[in-house]
Design a binder for this molecule. Structure first.
Ligand code: G3P
Length: 267
């Protein structure tokens, strides 16, 4: 499974690539906002170019912010033209940019994915919450499909009136409310959503890669890997947590205390 960092913070991206574990970067408007607020006064164009350079050949997603097909296509082409010389930019497109039912823009994301495919612009279909959305996005030619695991878990817990912290573990096999498993149209957890997206795309031979997104803890990363996610996009702190264990720290204390001089002096 490839590891992308879910961040627009250059220091975080730099660290992850310097550790040799970064295979890509995903950003979204909220992550860009966070970076702009942290690095007051930055020239955003140069800043994004720096992110693209830091990532080497690895893909970096930049998201469109408009909400109609026409505007999204023009924004996507602008972003691609601005940054394509780096050779590693792809455009993130919401699978369905409508704000509510009744809005007639439901298929605009799908239209954009197809249009960008025709223009050879790589895409990442985002805000995927059902396997059906993943299927349509893959059919439209998206290179990456991003199911939002953590947000489905939030949705399930919230609908059941449970209180929880954002980083709390949610079991892959689901959670019961006493009357049966909580589910959203049969989806019992974020990792289950990822699993079904992978299964459907592989079963039907779509080449799109599934990016398990909105991951909040290390156990969710492990489970995304176990269900065959091609990629996990992971926040910086969670990537760091992946290497921590109290027994590893404890082992380091005892092993470093026990080093004998004879061993150090080996020639
Ligand atoms: O990649 C999507 C991600 O940034 C959303 O994460 O934790 O805000 O649901 P989160």
């Amino acid at each position: 499974m490839k590891i992308f960092i879910d961040s627009a913070d250059i220091e975080e991206i730099n660290d992850v690539f310097s550790w040799g574990v970064g295979d890509g970067v995903t950003t979204n408007p909220s992550l860009i906002k966070k970076a702009v607020e942290k690095h007051v006064g930055i020239d955003l164009k140069s800043y994004i170019k720096k992110i693209l350079r830091t990532s080497g050949d690895s893909p970096v997603s930049l998201e469109v912010t408009k909400t109609t097909a026409e505007e999204m296509i023009s924004e996507a082409k602008k972003l691609y033209d601005l940054f394509e010389e780096s050779g590693n930019v792809n455009i993130k497109v919401p699978v369905n940019p409508a704000f509510e039912d009744g809005d007639n823009t439901h298929f605009d994301g799908i239209k954009v994915l197809q249009e960008l495919k025709k223009s050879n612009i790589p895409t990442n279909a985002t805000l995927i919450f059902t396997p059906e959305q993943a299927l349509l996005a893959a059919k439209a030619g998206a290179d990456y499909i991003s199911p939002f695991a953590g947000r489905i878990d939030d949705h399930l817990r919230k609908s059941a009136g449970l209180s929880f912290e954002k980083t709390d573990y949610f079991p892959r096999k689901g959670m019961s409310n006493g009357q049966g498993l909580l589910h959203d149209e049969g989806i019992v957890s974020g990792v289950h959503l990822v699993e079904e997206c992978v299964d459907i795309l592989e079963k039907h031979g779509y080449g799109s890669e599934v990016i398990a997104a909105s991951l909040r803890n290390t156990r969710q990363v492990r489970e995304a890997a176990l269900v065959g996610a091609h990629i996990a996009t992971i926040p910086y702190d969670v990537i760091k947590d992946m290497l921590k264990h109290p027994k590893t720290f404890e082992g380091m204390v005892s092993f470093t205390k026990d080093v004998v001089k004879e061993y150090e002096d080996l020639k």
